[in-house]
Design a protein around this ligand. Structure first.
Ligand SMILES: [Zn+2]
Length: 409
């Protein structure tokens, strides 16, 4: 295939996770869509620009038809964005004469936090239901896909922004060059562009291969991000490693030779990526090998429990669970049901595997012996919250980075 960033030809996948349905497309219980579509899920590494990316692009309208992910629903994100608005407002001296644009603004949570500092804000959000919700909350939001012409209109109507933010956008959009061009068209020459994106190195070191799903087209290192941005006359002047989404980068970008000094953090991270092999093809072959080992180990655990007559349920249905379950071939033969506290997901079936997603009352009706934790990033909180399960002697299975069982005392 051809690299989406640098157009190099003939890139080969290093890991294939088989065919998988779009991770967020939950199946209605009456199976109203028997024609559930699956698409190839494989990742490749471009030796020329070092970007890791999917081989196949699923049409966006297939993935975003049932949009269930709303930022404001989790406390972790509310706290994260409040802290981000505070830190950026302080660092860039934002006040009532400043203007901030958020790309992919979801329900307006981050901009709402900026409004606390009297900053003028504008959100850009392609999902109609989310843009409407934000506008109702007093966060002015344009319901549009960002393009250079939309960005030009914005700059004409509202002026150029002091800060443009893009959280969890860079991995998702196939036309990523257009996104960078758009930001150029609406950012002030002295302004800062702040990107948050899942960090490839964390995925490699924590074995979180379930973050590979169709919505995530790109898996960035700082090295690959710098290359992409430099193609558009922009430079990274600072970088922070933050904990969201299992490990992310917060990258600070400006026009080349902009007002900010380039911080030592940038050079340090670039050389650490070099020494840790993040930009070497061989690293990815080794990663793929370990992914196969995790699958074999997890499936053999579950098969053993089943042969002993144990009952196994699962907890949490984040999008990444679709990858884990489908790739490992874990279906109703091993898992009786999945509990998720989000009422919007209850009553649906998991994509591909068709395991029912239910509320936590099911635990009492049909007590499991083991609970597989699919939302591994919240494993600690889930186990702490599940006093009843622990008292009943239920054990927990954590699938990654290496499957392990936690027995209740
Ligand atoms: Zn490339």
């Amino acid at each position: 295939m051809q690299c989406r960033i640098c157009a190099a030809e003939g890139i080969e996948p290093f890991l294939s996770l088989g065919k998988s349905p779009p991770a967020n497309n939950l199946v209605p219980p009456d199976n109203a869509c028997p024609q559930e579509q699956s698409y190839p899920l494989a990742v490749c590494f471009c030796p020329k620009c070092t970007t890791v990316q999917l081989t196949f692009t699923v049409p966006p309208e297939v993935m975003f038809s049932h949009y269930l992910y709303v930022t404001s629903t989790t406390k972790t994100f509310r706290d994260h964005f409040a802290a981000m608005a505070k830190s950026l407002s302080g660092r860039f001296n934002l006040s009532d004469v400043s203007f901030v644009i958020d790309v992919g603004s979801n329900d307006g949570l981050l901009l709402k936090c900026f409004q606390g500092y009297k900053v003028r804000t504008l959100g850009i959000e392609p999902a109609k239901n989310l843009a409407e919700a934000a506008n109702r909350e007093g966060v002015e939001t344009l319901n549009a896909f960002l393009s250079p012409s939309v960005a030009g209109e914005i700059a004409k109507k509202h002026g150029r922004a002091d800060v443009v933010t893009a959280n969890n956008v860079f991995a998702h959009i196939p036309a990523i060059h257009d996104v960078v061009k758009s930001v150029r068209a609406m950012l002030s020459p002295q302004g800062a562009f702040v990107i948050e994106v899942a960090y490839l190195f964390d995925m490699l070191s924590d074995m979180t291969f379930d973050l590979i799903y169709h919505e995530h087209l790109f898996y960035y290192s700082l090295t690959s991000l710098c290359k992409l941005l430099s193609m558009h006359g922009m430079e990274v002047f600072d970088v922070e490693h933050v904990s969201s989404h299992g490990g992310s980068l917060r990258v600070f970008v400006q026009f080349r030779d902009g007002p900010n000094q380039v911080c030592p953090s940038v050079g340090e991270m670039l050389s650490s990526e070099k020494s840790k092999g993040v930009i070497k093809q061989a690293t990815y072959g080794a990663f793929a090998q370990k992914v196969q080992e995790v699958r074999e180990e997890l499936v053999s655990y579950l098969a053993e429990l089943k042969s002993e007559g144990k009952r196994v349920a699962a907890f949490g249905y984040p999008a990444k669970a679709t990858t884990l379950l489908n790739f490992c071939g874990i279906s109703k033969q091993y898992i009786d049901y999945i509990v998720d506290d989000n009422p919007l997901k209850q009553g649906y079936l998991a994509p591909g595997t068709h395991i029912p997603i239910v509320s936590s009352s099911r635990f009492r009706e049909e007590k499991p012996d083991y609970v597989l934790i699919l939302a591994w990033n919240f494993a600690k909180e889930i186990i702490e919250k599940s006093a009843w399960l622990r008292e009943q002697g239920v054990s927990f299975i954590i699938p990654l980075p290496k499957p392990r069982i936690l027995h209740s005392a």
